[in-house]
Structures are given as C-alpha cells and as structure tokens.
Design a protein around this ligand. Structure first.
Ligand code: ACO
Length: 402
C-alpha cells in the first residue's frame, strides 16, 4: 500500500501491484483455477472431464450460459452457430488489402476489429438480443476468419464453411481443402482439434481476458473488445508461446543439446526462458498440459509419425527440467503451450497459425467474460492507478533560454 501524499502532496492511498499478482479486478462465476493443486474447472466441471467427454460447442454453451444444455438446447445452439459461420462477402476484399506475407495474427486483429463495421446491427451493448447475436457471430466466424487469414498467407483461394461439418472439421476443411483435390477430414484429427479448442476456451483473468474486460468496461462494442484481446494474446509471454515453444524445441533439435538450453534458462544474464514453461497461477502441473501431452502421443500415432524428434526433445526436456533444482524451487512446470505446437505441426499447420488457433478457441471465454461483465451491476470503467516517479512540479523554460 502506497501513501502518495508523502511523495507528491496528492490526497491518495492505493495498492501498488505491478502485473496484478494479487489484485482481483472482478467477481466471476465462469472459471476456477487452483494453481497449487493444478486444477482447472469451467463452471465447476474439471477440464479433464470436459476434454474427455464433452466437445467444444457444448463447452461454449456451458461457458456462455452457466449450465450444460439438454439435447434440444444443444442442437439449437449448434444450429445457430452453424448458420453464422459465413463472413460478409465484402470482407474478402478487406483480406486482400493485406500484404501476402502478413502474420495471420496481424490480419485477424484487423479483420475482427472491422467486424463492427460489417455487423453494426449487433454492436449495441445495451440491447440483450444484439449482445447474444454478437456472441454467436464471433464464435461462429472466428474459425472462418482464421482459416481465411491462413489461406491468404499461402496464396490459396478461400474455402467457404460447410454446414454439414462439425465445428472442428469445418475449420480443418477450410484450412486444408483445395479446389483441385478432394479433402476428407479425418474424424480422429477433428476430435484432437476439438480438444485443443476446449483446452484453450477460458482461463479466468489472464492478460488477454483482462484486456477484453478493460476495453469493454468503457462501453466499446464486443467486436472491438475481442480484437483488443487478440492483439494482447499475440505476445510470446502469452498466446504467442505455443509458436515460440515449438521453434525452441526445433532449435534444440537433439536430446544431447538440452543441458545447454537448461543452463541458459537458469542464467540470469541471458534473457532466454524455456518457452512453454512456467505460469503466473499454476505452481504445479498445468492440467491442460497433461491432456495435451496424451493428445500429442495419440495424434502422432494416428498419423504414423513414430520417433518424432521434436516430441522426443520435449519429453526429455520436461523430464530434465522437472528434476532440476532451479525449476523445482521456482515451481516451473510445462504449460498448455508446451505440447500443443507438436500436435498442430503434425496436423500440417505452420507455426504462424498456432496463435490464431488459440485466439479462435479463446474467443468464447472472452465473450463469456465480456457478457458477465456487462451484466454485473458492480462494473465500473477499468482505471488502474499509477505510482508517479517523474519530476516534481517545475516551470516551463522557453527554448531560447534552455
Ligand atoms: N524459464 C526460465 N525461468 C523462468 C521461466 C522460464 N520459462 N519462467 C519463469 N522463470 C523464472 C523467472 O526468471 C523468475 O526468476 P527470479 O525469481 O529469479 O526472478 C521466476 O521464474 C518467476 O517468474 P516470473 O517471470 O516472475 O513469473 P510470472 O508469473 O511473471 O511469469 C510467465 C509467468 C510469463 C508465463 C513466465 O513463466 C514465462 O515467461 N514463461 C515462458 C513463456 C510461456 O510459456 N508463456 C505461456 C504462459 S501460458 C499462456 O499464456 C497460455
């Protein structure tokens, strides 16, 4: 607690908490994390059960409305999402305005921000129906937008969504189908993709979710808020870590080089960190990483990829780090990003698509949190304080006298 009256004569007392390590900015009933036990629940349901027994659109319903749907409710929800998967035809021109070599995240920030220009009939945050339509549009269109960003970056024609495919299969089809060849989505790969979406769906007040809430607290429309969340997610300390983790594993290359990288991660004069390790809240295993590790084994087996060198490096690195005093003392465990890149890469995605996939999965969490905030009578505009450390009051000196 800082009493800045003593410092600058201002009548103010507040807590100084860089990085918000111990400040709760809201109440929320959506997601619970016990960082010491390594537990994660969505609306009370453990993530392992949801990843194993549920599927992404059901999880979306749960996050948005608080309860698991019955059969009719789920069908209705799935129909509503499926009906909104197409994007406005004019948005194709918008994509074409970007450079071909743009990172798909750069394209996504722009295109999702522009949704408020294309869908301005769902930007009135005071209208419950418009809020609902915006939520459905975002969940439905994000896979289409991510796939279009990818197709554009590799110079292939856009692939339209298909209403007869489930959510994950539709995304895979939009990414990998080409007009000249018949592409058939493998149901096992689609299940693995769906599980990746589920594991990333929400994670309480992380940096991007807090960004969405902060943007929303000013009354900004939902599309603008989600675009802000995507921009925040991009950083390598957050959603960009899945790309960075795979690049690091490939750079290590062989198991014998692991000690060199472990030593670098421990050396405080070297800015290098083990990407995919450590978490602000988890001081035990990230439960999502456990599921992801099992999925990595399954997917590589399914694709007939045996002795994958990157997976070998990942497993050995995890083993060595977990026995190392530095990592034990600082409670650094693999996080969700450590294994996801291996699965996505085996599926055929380039590293640049890893964070867009995280963004499309997290969209439901962002929108659920945004809706919760809008409906909370305690909500005020987010306005952190600062500890001013600049010059004391002084008088301006004209340039000729300086
Ligand atoms: N490798 C080596 N040392 C690390 C690592 C790491 N991956 N992560 C943390 N440490 C060290 C820090 O240097 C610090 O050491 P110190 O006590 O000697 O100063 C200590 O552990 C505590 O770490 P902080 O960075 O203070 O922890 P914070 O909660 O601020 O950061 C973060 C968490 C950003 C995730 C960090 O662990 C990190 O950068 N990890 C690598 C990037 C990554 O995987 N990000 C994905 C997070 S999950 C997600 O967003 C989906």
């Amino acid at each position: 607690v800082v009493d800045i009256r003593k410092l600058y004569g201002q009548a103010d007392v507040f807590t100084f908490d860089p990085g918000f390590t111990s400040t709760a900015a809201c109440e929320s009933a959506i997601t619970f994390i016990d960082g010491d036990k390594g537990e994660l629940w969505y609306r009370g349901y453990p993530i392992e059960q949801l990843a194993d027994q549920s599927h992404f659109l059901e999880v979306c319903y749960l996050l948005l409305y608080g309860e698991l749907p019955d059969k009719a409710m789920l069908e209705d929800f799935e129909n509503r999402v499926t009906r909104h998967t197409m994007v406005h035809e004019q948005m194709h021109n918008f994509f074409r305005g970007f450079r071909r070599d743009a990172h798909p995240m750069a394209t996504m920030v722009g295109v999702v921000g522009a949704m408020s220009a294309f869908y301005h009939d769902s930007t009135d945050i005071n209208d419950e129906w418009q809020r609902e339509v915006a939520a459905i549009r975002l969940i439905a269109k994000l896979p289409t937008i991510a796939a279009m960003a990818y197709k554009y970056s590799i110079g292939q024609p856009f692939v339209y969504p298909q209403n007869d495919l489930d959510y994950a299969s539709n995304f895979l089809n939009m990414c990998f189908s080409v007009p000249a060849e018949k592409y058939k989505v493998d149901p096992a790969l689609s299940k693995a993709m769906d599980r990746i979406f589920t594991l990333h769906a929400d994670h309480e007040q992380n940096a991007s979710t807090s960004t969405v809430r902060l943007a929303g607290s000013s009354g900004a429309n939902p599309f603008a808020c989600i675009a802000a969340g995507i921009a925040c997610l991009w950083g390598p300390a957050h959603g960009g870590a899945n790309q960075a983790a795979l690049e690091m594993l490939k750079e290590i290359g062989t198991v014998d080089r692991i000690p060199e990288y472990i030593a670098r991660a421990k050396d405080k004069s070297d800015p290098f960190k083990l990407m995919g390790f450590g978490h602000r809240v988890y001081k035990n295993f990230d439960p999502r990483a456990k599921v992801m590790k099992e999925s990595a084994d399954e997917v590589l087996d399914l694709l007939g990829i045996h002795n994958n060198p990157t997976l070998q490096v990942a497993k050995e690195l995890e083993k060595i780090a977990l026995e190392d005093d530095y990592f034990i003392e600082k409670k650094l465990y693999p996080n969700v990003d450590f294994y996801s890149g291996i699965i996505l890469s085996a599926m055929g995605f380039p590293t640049s698509m890893f964070t867009p996939i995280f963004a499309l999965s997290r969209t439901v969490g962002w929108i659920a949190q945004w809706k919760e905030m809008i409906g909370d009578p305690q909500t005020k505009i987010g306005r952190p304080r600062q500890l001013y450390v600049g010059p004391k009051r002084r008088d301006y000196v004209p340039v000729k006298s300086r």
